[in-house]
Design a protein around this ligand. Structure first.
Ligand code: HEC
Ligand code: HEC
Ligand code: HEC
Ligand code: HEC
Length: 422
C-alpha cells in the first residue's frame, strides 16, 4: 500500500512538473481566447447558444453524434441481446426483456428514451431526469410532482438532449451538480457537494447520472441507495433495510422478487485503482485536445480507447498498444465470467420454477432458493449494467461475478433439494 502511495504521489508530482512546464496542467486549460466572452443567459438550455460563446467545446460536443464501435462500446445503437442472448430470459416479465441497448453518445439520450420500448403509458417524469437539461428546471418549478407526472406530458416540455447546462453554471462556467438526488445522497453520507474540490467535481458531474438509482414508492422521486456504501453488497443491504419489500419486478418463472441494477459507473470506479488514486472520470473521458492555439477538454464522451495517448499517456508510459491490450485483457476476462454468471442465473430460475411446479416440494427450501436467485442475479447485474466491462474496477468485477455464480448455483441446489426431499 505504502509503495503504491509513493508511486502515485510520484506520478502526480511528475505530471505536475511536466504539465507545469508546458503550461497545461489539470485545470490550466485556457478556454477559448478572447477577452469578453458573452455571458450565457440564466436558464439557457440550447447548446447551440452556449456554442456561440464557446465554439471549440461546442464543436467537440457535436462529435457525440459520430458513430463508431469498439469491442464493447461505441456510439451506434446496438442491442445487448446480440452478445448476451440470455438477457430476455433473465429479465423475463420486465421492460429490459423488450429492448436493451448499449449506451451511446449524450446527444442521443433524448431520442433514445423517447423511442425505447420500455417506456409505457405508466412511465413518469422520473425517466426523463438524466436525459435533458430541462429536468432540473422542471423539478424546481413543479416540485415532487415532476416525478409522478406522465412521461408523455414531461416529454412535450423538453427540447434538448444532455447539454452544457447539465454540468455548468451559465454565469461562471464552473462545474455544477444539477440533479437533487446526487446532492441529497452525498449529504446523507456527510459530503457537502457545494464545497467539493475541482478534481472531485470532475467526477461528480458524471456521478449525477452514471449511477445506480431507484424511484421512491409513493412519489416516484429519483433516489440513490448509497447510505450504507457503494459496493454491491452495501447497496443490496440498503434495499433490504431502508426500503424493505422493494422489488423492481417478479420473475414469472422463479416468482422471485427481483432487483435491477442500473449503470453503477460512479460506484464501481470509487474503489478501483484509478478512483482510489483520485483519477477522475474527466481525466480519461475528457482528455485535453488542441484546437488551433487553444487547449480544451474534449466534450466527446466516449470510449477512451479512441484517445489512449491523450487519456492515459500522461500517467502511463508504456504506449497505446500495451494500454489497449490491458483494457482488452481485463474486458475479455470479465465478459467470459459474466456469461458464466448468466448461465448460472438462468439455471437457477429454471430449477426454482420446476420446484414450484412440483406438488409437495418443500416450500421453505423454495423460499430460500428464491432469495438466492435474487441475490445471485443482483451481483451479476451490478457488473453487467456497468458500462466499462470490468475496466473501472477489475478486482471488484471479478469478485462480484464470482459471488453471483456461487449464489445462483446454491439456489439451483436448494431448489433441486426441495424436490428430492419430497
Ligand atoms: C482510468 C481511466 C478511466 C476513468 C477514471 C473512468 N473511465 Fe470510464 N472507461 C474507461 C475505459 C478504458 C472504458 C472502456 C471503453 C471501451 O470498452 O471501449 C470505459 C468505459 C466507460 C463507459 C462505457 C463507454 C462505452 O463506450 O460504452 C462509460 C459510460 C464510462 N466509462 C463512464 C465513466 C464514469 C462515469 C467515470 C467516473 C465515475 C469513469 N468512466 C471513469 C476509462 C476510464
Ligand atoms: C457532462 C458534463 C459536461 C457537459 C454536458 C458540458 N461540459 Fe464543459 N466541461 C466539463 C468538464 C468536466 C470540464 C473540465 C472542467 C475543469 O477541469 O474544471 C469542462 C470544461 C469546459 C470549459 C472550460 C475549458 C475547457 O475546455 O476545459 C468550457 C468553456 C466548457 N466546458 C464549455 C461547455 C459547453 C459550451 C458545453 C455544451 C456545448 C459543455 N461545456 C458541456 C463537463 C461538461
Ligand atoms: C444528465 C445525465 C448525464 C451526465 C451528467 C453524464 N452522462 Fe454520460 N450518459 C448519460 C446517458 C443517458 C447516456 C446514454 C445515452 C444513450 O445511449 O442514448 C450516457 C452515455 C455516456 C457514454 C457512452 C458513450 C458511448 O460512446 O458509448 C459515456 C462514455 C459517458 N456517458 C460518459 C460520461 C462522463 C465522463 C460524464 C461526466 C463528465 C457524463 N457521462 C455525464 C447521461 C449522463
Ligand atoms: C492521472 C493518472 C492516470 C491516468 C490518466 C490513467 N491511469 Fe492507469 N493507473 C494510474 C495509477 C496511479 C495506477 C496504479 C499504479 C500502477 O499500477 O501504475 C494505474 C493503474 C493502471 C492499470 C493497472 C491496474 C488495473 O486497474 O488493472 C491499468 C491497466 C491502467 N492503469 C490503465 C489505464 C488506461 C487504459 C488509462 C486511460 C484510459 C489510464 N490507465 C489512465 C494512473 C493513471
Amino acid at each position: 500500500m505504502k509503495r503504491l502511495k509513493i508511486y502515485v504521489l510520484g506520478i502526480m508530482f511528475l505530471s505536475l512538473l511536466m504539465f507545469g512546464l508546458s503550461g497545461c496542467g489539470n485545470g490550466e486549460v485556457k478556454e477559448t481566447a478572447g477577452a469578453d466572452l458573452k455571458a450565457i443567459p440564466e436558464g439557457e438550455l440550447d447548446p447551440a447558444v452556449w456554442g456561440k460563446t464557446y465554439p471549440d467545446q461546442y464543436a467537440s460536443y457535436l462529435k457525440n453524434n459520430e458513430g463508431g464501435q469498439t469491442q464493447f462500446g461505441g456510439s451506434e445503437k446496438v442491442s445487448k441481446y446480440l452478445t448476451q442472448p440470455l438477457l430476455p430470459e433473465l429479465f423475463k416479465g420486465y421492460g429490459f426483456a423488450k429492448e436493451y441497448n448499449e449506451d451511446r453518445g449524450h446527444t442521443y439520450a433524448l431520442q433514445d428514451i423517447r423511442e425505447i420500448k420500455r417506456i409505457t403509458p405508466k412511465s413518469t417524469g422520473s425517466c426523463m431526469t438524466c436525459k435533458t437539461p430541462s429536468a432540473p428546471g422542471l423539478i424546481k418549478e413543479m416540485g415532487l410532482k415532476y416525478y409522478s407526472t406522465p412521461f408523455s406530458e414531461i416529454s412535450k416540455q423538453v427540447k434538448h438532449s444532455i447539454a452544457c447546462a447539465d454540468c455548468h453554471d451559465p454565469k461562471t462556467m464552473e462545474l455544477k451538480v444539477t440533479r437533487p438526488a446526487f446532492i441529497q445522497a452525498m449529504q446523507r453520507r456527510g459530503v457537502d457537494v457545494s464545497k467539493a474540490s475541482r478534481q472531485d467535481m470532475r467526477s461528480y458531474v458524471c456521478g449525477q447520472c452514471h449511477v445506480e438509482y431507484y424511484f421512491k414508492k409513493d412519489t416516484k422521486e429519483v433516489a440513490f441507495p448509497w447510505d450504507k456504501g457503494f459496493s454491491p453488497d452495501e447497496i443490496e443491504s440498503y434495499y433490504r433495510q431502508v426500503t424493505p419489500g422493494f422489488q423492481d419486478w417478479e420473475h414469472p418463472d422463479s416468482k422471485a422478487p427481483m432487483l435491477k441494477a442500473q449503470h453503477p459507473e460512479f460506484e464501481t470506479w470509487q474503489s478501483g485503482t484509478h478512483g482510489s488514486a483520485g483519477v477522475a472520470c474527466a481525466d480519461c473521458h475528457m482528455p485535453y485536445e488542441k484546437v488551433g492555439k487553444n487547449k480544451i477538454s474534449s466534450h466527446q464522451w466516449t470510449s477512451p480507447l479512441k484517445t489512449l495517448e491523450r487519456s492515459c499517456g500522461a500517467c502511463h508510459r508504456n504506449g497505446s498498444d500495451w494500454l489497449k491490450a490491458r483494457v482488452t485483457f481485463i474486458q475479455t476476462k470479465t465478459f467470459d465470467l459474466l456469461l458464466k454468471a448468466e448461465t448460472a442465473s438462468n439455471a437457477a430460475h429454471k430449477a426454482v420454477a420446476k420446484a414450484i411446479a412440483t406438488p409437495g416440494a418443500d416450500p421453505n427450501l423454495v423460499k430460500q432458493a428464491q432469495d438466492l436467485v435474487v441475490r445471485g442475479q443482483w451481483q451479476w447485474d451490478f457488473v453487467a449494467a456497468e458500462n466499462s466491462t470490468g475496466f473501472h474496477n477489475p478486482e471488484l468485477a471479478l469478485e462480484t461475478l464470482g459471488k453471483s455464480i456461487d449464489l445462483s448455483r446454491q439456489a439451483e441446489l436448494l431448489a433441486t433439494q426441495a424436490i428430492v426431499k419430497k
